[in-house]
Design a protein around this ligand. Structure first.
Ligand SMILES: Nc1ncnc2c1ncn2[C@@H]1O[C@H](COP(=O)(O)OP(=O)(O)OP(=O)(O)O)[C@@H](O)[C@H]1O
Length: 312
């Protein structure tokens, strides 16, 4: 758990973060979103004390983060950034093994962990272990950067625009991988992004910053339905809002009895993807199938539209 209490930071007399309080629960995935210069990175870096707070306290699992030394704190918290920060003259294995090395792990234990992480990130250890960063694609470098941040099994992982430099296709894949890894390892993740789509897709809760202030901290659907201010509403994108809300419900929520023609869609599909199917198939109702491809009912465009607009 990370408890941020009344934290402020100024640079040259100008406030960068203003009196922010928020509690991030263990195993939670929190995204911090906001415009450029809104204080996201400053807030993130105060957690691992790459930036010191001017006022307020940050407690990690109940302990003030100033009660341990900065280097010691940073060995226990993973940190991944956009420029991945890999050491160019060290191999992939040496890069990933950096923190375990500092913590005094044996060569054998570190080697096992390196291979385990490479496999987790779908990089064959036999091929990639001994490569150097310049021998990897941008997406692979990024994955190695995140693997390195997770090497010593930190309970907390801080990420600053980790996918910013990736092209959209690889970026989506990287997000999915991260989501799976978070579920698998239960790591508490705090991730800064300026991409609302990314914040909504990944965050269990989203923290929205504006001019150094935390203006809303809530679950994605809540932010969409009840934006705390006009600024949040504009960030969410008024026009996009109905589609984004549809992404949080699935076809199985709206199954009804009856037969429909057309190519069956999965009950697991999000309503947003279902809407695309209605358009692609040119239908107003579609059959719904379960995991065993059995037809279990139908969904109508009418019910989807009513759900999307919030009309019962
Ligand atoms: N080391 C520094 N020295 C002086 N001013 C700084 C420093 N770091 C940040 N600032 C200022 O503090 C404010 C918040 O910056 P911060 O990097 O936290 O914003 P951000 O929301 O992460 O922005 P971006 O999305 O562009 O990275 C900005 O006005 C910035 O210019």
């Amino acid at each position: 758990m990370i408890e941020i209490e009344n934290v402020s930071k100024r640079y040259n007399g100008l406030p960068a973060v203003k009196n922010v309080s928020m509690t991030i629960r263990a195993h939670e995935f929190v995204t911090i979103v906001g415009m450029s210069g809104s204080g996201k990175t400053t807030l993130l870096r105060m957690i691992n004390r790459l930036v010191e707070v001017d006022e307020g306290t940050i407690k990690i699992d109940g302990v003030d983060n100033r009660d341990v030394s900065g280097p010691q704190l940073r060995r226990s918290i993973g940190y991944a950034i956009q420029q991945h920060g890999l050491f160019p003259h060290r191999s992939v294995a040496e890069n990933i093994g950096t923190v375990p090395g500092l913590l005094g792990w044996t060569v054998e234990k570190t080697g096992e962990r390196v291979d385990e992480l490479l496999s987790l990130f779908q990089l064959d250890p036999a091929i990639y272990r001994d490569r150097y960063p310049h021998e990897l694609s941008g997406g692979q470098q990024q994955r190695v950067g995140v693997a390195r941040a997770l090497a010593a099994r930190p309970n907390i992982l801080l990420m600053d625009e980790p996918f910013g430099a990736l092209d959209p296709v690889i970026r989506n894949k990287a997000r999915e991988d991260l989501q799976k890894i978070q579920q698998q390892l239960g790591t508490t993740i705090v991730m800064v992004t300026h991409d609302m789509e990314e914040a909504l897709a990944l965050g269990h809760r989203i923290a929205i910053m504006d001019g150094g202030e935390l203006v809303q901290f809530a679950e994605p659907a809540d932010v969409l339905r009840n934006p705390a201010s006009e600024f949040v509403e504009s960030l969410v994108g008024k026009g996009e809002k109905p589609f984004r809300l549809l992404a949080f419900a699935s076809v199985e929520d709206l199954i009804e009895p009856g037969e429909a023609s057309g190519s069956p869609i999965s009950g697991q599909l999000s309503l947003r993807d279902a809407l695309a199917e209605f358009v692609a198939q040119g239908k107003t109702s579609l059959p719904v199938k379960d995991e065993n491809a059995r037809i279990v009912g139908q969904i109508t465009l009418d019910s989807l539209v009513r759900n999307g607009s919030g009309t019962p």
